[in-house]
Structure formats: C-alpha cells, structure tokens
Design a protein around this ligand. Structure first.
Ligand code: ADP
Length: 179
C-alpha cells in the first residue's frame, strides 16, 4: 500500500494517571503526545484506595481548564482495567512519562502486563524536558504544604488551587454559612 492510500484514521492515545495535581511534567508529556496522536485522552484514575488531596472532579476540572484551547486533548475518568477503558476509547496506544531510571522498573512491568492483556495496544514512553525530571505530584504537594515555592513546576491555576486547598484545610469552616 502506498502512503497516500493509507486511510486518514485518527489515532487516539490514552494518558492515564492520578494527576493529584497535574504538574508541568504532565503538561509537557501531554503536549508531546498531542504532536504524535490526533486525540489524547487524559484519563484520571478513580482509585478508592488512595487518599488524594484533590477530588477526581477537582482534578478533571483543572486539567480541562488548562487544555480548554486544545481540542485534541480530552479529559475523562476511568476505573477498572485500563486496557478495557483504552479499547472503549478506540485507543491504539497508552502514553506514560519516564523521568528517570527509578520509573523504569514499575513502568516496564505495567507495559508488559498491559501488552499481555491486549496485544494491539502499545505503550509509548515519552521523556519530559529535563527541567521536569525531578517533578512529581507527591513532591509538589509536600513542598507546597510545607510553605515551599512551586511556581514554574505547576500551571498557575494549579498553584492557585493548591493555595485554596491549603486555606480550606487550615480553616475547614471557611465558606460555610451558619444555619
Ligand atoms: P500514577 O499514579 O499513574 O503514577 P501520576 O499522575 O503520578 O500517576 O503519573 C502519570 C504519568 O505521568 C506517569 O506515567 C508518570 O510517570 C508521568 N509523570 C509524572 N510526573 C512526570 C514528570 N515530571 N515528567 C514526566 N512524566 C511524568
């Protein structure tokens, strides 16, 4: 088949994660992914075992706000088997970010397990700009809650929401009205 006769099938990739919260490392990977695929679905995992800082709805809303001018980036939630969700989305690939060797072992196991579960789904690893290789949602939350500076490592709207979250955790009655 000549390249010109290949049908222009839209390629979809799913980028799954906790995104609690989204960092500039995630944004970098989503931007790289959207240069390779026609449609990137950022899929926020609903994981009852974890105790997140932001609810799933809060995480979805902040990611939507950040990518509102990028029609090829969609934001959704999923639970259960990722390969099943990817199939429902018509995805041909999963995107994962690789920061350092420390990410490799877990990601390698996940990728091979997912391949075993669905041979037609490839895992594509993308590396962020080196300035984000030490950024993780966990570290951002820790540093921010202890009063450290995180600007430049998360989008401005995430920084604002971290500030609001910190205020509401310090003063849980703020914003509630007396009956
Ligand atoms: P999970 O709980 O699935 O690890 P995360 O939100 O922590 O969810 O990460 C989602 C994906 O984004 C993972 O593939 C992770 O390796 C990648 N990732 C997280 N932080 C960065 C970063 N700073 N640069 C590149 N990739 C990242």
């Amino acid at each position: 088949m000549s390249p010109t006769s290949i049908p222009p099938t839209a390629r979809t990739a799913v980028f799954p994660g906790s995104f609690d919260p989204l960092t500039n490392g995630h944004v970098d990977i989503i931007e790289r992914g959207s240069r390779l695929f026609h449609r990137v679905v950022v899929a926020v995992a609903i994981n009852a075992e974890k105790t997140p800082l932001f609810s799933v709805d809060e995480r979805v809303s902040m990611i939507r706000e950040i990518f509102r001018d990028h029609p090829m980036v969609e934001v959704d939630t999923f639970k259960g088997l990722l390969v099943e969700y990817a199939k429902q989305q018509g995805a041909t690939a999963l995107i994962r970010g690789l920061r350092a060797v420390s990410d490799f072992e877990y990601e390698f196991q996940m990728a091979l397990m997912n391949r075993r579960l669905n041979h037609d789904l490839e895992t594509v690893f993308l590396m962020p700009d080196e300035k984000y290789t030490y950024t993780s949602s966990r570290l951002i939350k820790e540093v921010f809650m202890l009063g450290g500076e995180v600007s430049g490592l998360v989008p401005p709207t995430v920084e604002q929401r971290l500030r609001n979250k910190q205020a509401s955790l310090r003063n849980p009655m703020a914003g509630t009205r007396k009956a």
